[in-house]
Design a protein around this ligand. Structure first.
Ligand code: ADP
Ligand code: MG
Length: 319
C-alpha cells in the first residue's frame, strides 16, 4: 500500500512546486481569502501553507490523508460538473507518502485547533485561528532516487513562486504571501483583475498588451494579448486558465500562435493571459493526475474562439 501510494505520488508530486500547487488548490476550495506559503530550502526542506478557509472537522482529519478520500464530489455524476480545484482525493495522501506531513485545522465550530501528525497518527490540541495549515517537510526523504532529480534550492524556489503566481493571477480576490527562509518574497493583496495583473506581471505588461473579451455560447474568453514590445521586458509569459485552473494545452497555444502569425506575421514569443470560462460539462479536467491537461468536448469551436479573441485584440492595436 505504501509502495502504491509512492508510485501514485510520482504522478502528482514531481517537485516542491507541485506540492505548493495542490495545497493552494485545497485552500482555495476551502474558501480562503488569504493564503500564506512559507518555504525553507526551496521548499525541499519544508513547505507550510496556511489558509483562513472553512477548516477540517477533527473527525475528518485522518480521512483527509486517505487515498481517494475527497469531500468534494459524492458520485461519478458530480465529476461531470466539478467546480472545485480538487476532486480526486489523492493529493494529500500522495504528498504524505513522500514527506513528513502534519495538518493543523480549526473550523468555526471548534473551540481550538487540532494537529495531526501523518506519520505517527498522533492527534493533539493546537493553537490557530479558523482555517488550515498543512506542513510538508523533507520532501522525498524516503525516495532518494527521486530527491536526486531536484535542482538547486534557488531553482525549486523559483518554481514554487511561479506556482503561486499562477494562482494569484486567477484569483485576484484572494490575498497571497510567499516567504522563504523567514523572508517575504512576494505578496499580493486582494485586488481587481487588472490591478492583480499589474501586481504580478508588471505595469509594462499591461501597457504593452491589449485587452479582449469575447462571449460565444457556453464560453467566455477574457484576457490580454501582449504586443511585440511586451516580449522585450517579459518574454515567454504565457498563462492560460480554464475555469480558474492553470492549464497547458496544445490546441490553445496553436490557436494563439496562428492569431499572432496572421496579424503580426509571426511573433515568436508572445506573452499573454487568457481566462477561459466554459460550462463544466464541456471540458474534462480528469485527464491527468496533475490536472494540467484538459480535454474539450468541442475543440474546433474553442480553437476558433481563442483565435478570434486574439486576432481582434491584435488587429485593434494595428489600426
Ligand atoms: P481533493 O482536493 O481532490 O478532494 P486532497 O487530497 O487534496 O483531495 O484533499 C483531501 C480532502 O482534505 C479534501 O477533499 C478536503 O475535504 C480536505 N482538505 C484538504 N486541504 C484542506 C484545506 N486547506 N481546508 C479544508 N479542507 C481541506
Ligand atoms: Mg486537493
Amino acid at each position: 500500500d505504501e509502495l502504491i501510494s509512492q508510485i501514485a505520488a510520482g504522478e502528482v508530486v514531481e517537485r516542491p512546486a507541485s506540492v505548493v500547487r495542490e495545497l493552494v488548490d485545497n485552500a482555495l476550495d476551502a474558501g480562503a481569502t488569504h493564503i500564506q506559503v512559507k518555504l525553507m530550502g526551496g521548499g525541499v526542506r519544508s513547505i507550510v501553507v496556511e489558509d483562513d478557509g472553512c477548516g477540517i472537522p477533527v473527525a475528518q482529519l485522518p480521512l483527509a490523508l486517505k487515498r481517494h478520500a475527497t469531500s468534494k464530489i459524492a458520485n461519478l455524476h458530480d465529476l461531470e460538473s466539478v467546480a472545485t480545484m480538487g476532486f480526486r482525493g489523492e493529493a494529500l495522501a500522495a504528498i504524505a507518502s513522500v514527506s513528513d506531513m502534519a495538518l493543523a485545522s480549526r473550523t468555526a465550530a471548534d473551540a481550538h485547533a487540532h494537529r495531526l501528525d501523518a506519520r505517527s497518527g498522533e492527534l493533539q490540541p493546537a493553537a490557530r485561528a479558523r482555517g488550515t495549515s498543512v506542513e510538508v517537510r523533507e520532501l522525498f526523504f524516503s525516495t532518494p532516487a527521486r530527491r536526486k532529480f531536484l535542482k538547486t534550492d534557488a531553482t525549486e524556489l523559483a518554481h514554487c513562486v511561479e506556482a503561486v503566481r499562477r494562482h494569484a493571477l486567477a484569483r485576484p480576490d484572494v490575498g497571497f504571501a510567499i516567504w522563504h527562509e523567514g523572508k517575504l518574497v512576494d505578496q499580493w493583496r486582494a485586488a481587481s483583475v487588472e490591478q492583480r495583473i499589474r501586481d504580478v506581471l508588471g505595469d509594462d505588461f499591461v501597457s504593452d498588451s491589449r485587452e479582449f473579451e469575447l462571449s460565444i455560447g457556453p464560453m467566455a474568453l477574457t484576457g490580454r494579448a501582449g504586443l511585440p514590445e511586451a516580449a522585450r521586458s517579459r518574454a515567454d509569459q504565457q498563462y492560460v486558465w480554464v475555469n480558474g485552473r492553470y492549464v497547458r494545452d496544445k490546441l490553445i497555444s496553436h490557436a494563439i500562435r496562428s492569431a499572432y502569425e496572421d496579424v503580426l506575421h509571426g511573433h515568436r514569443q508572445p506573452s499573454y493571459v487568457l481566462f477561459i470560462e466554459i460550462a463544466p460539462e464541456l471540458v474534462d479536467v480528469n485527464v491527468h493526475p496533475t490536472k494540467i491537461e484538459v480535454r474539450f468536448r468541442d475543440g474546433r469551436a474553442l480553437h476558433q474562439s481563442v483565435r478570434r479573441a486574439f486576432v481582434d485584440a491584435l488587429a485593434k492595436s494595428q489600426s
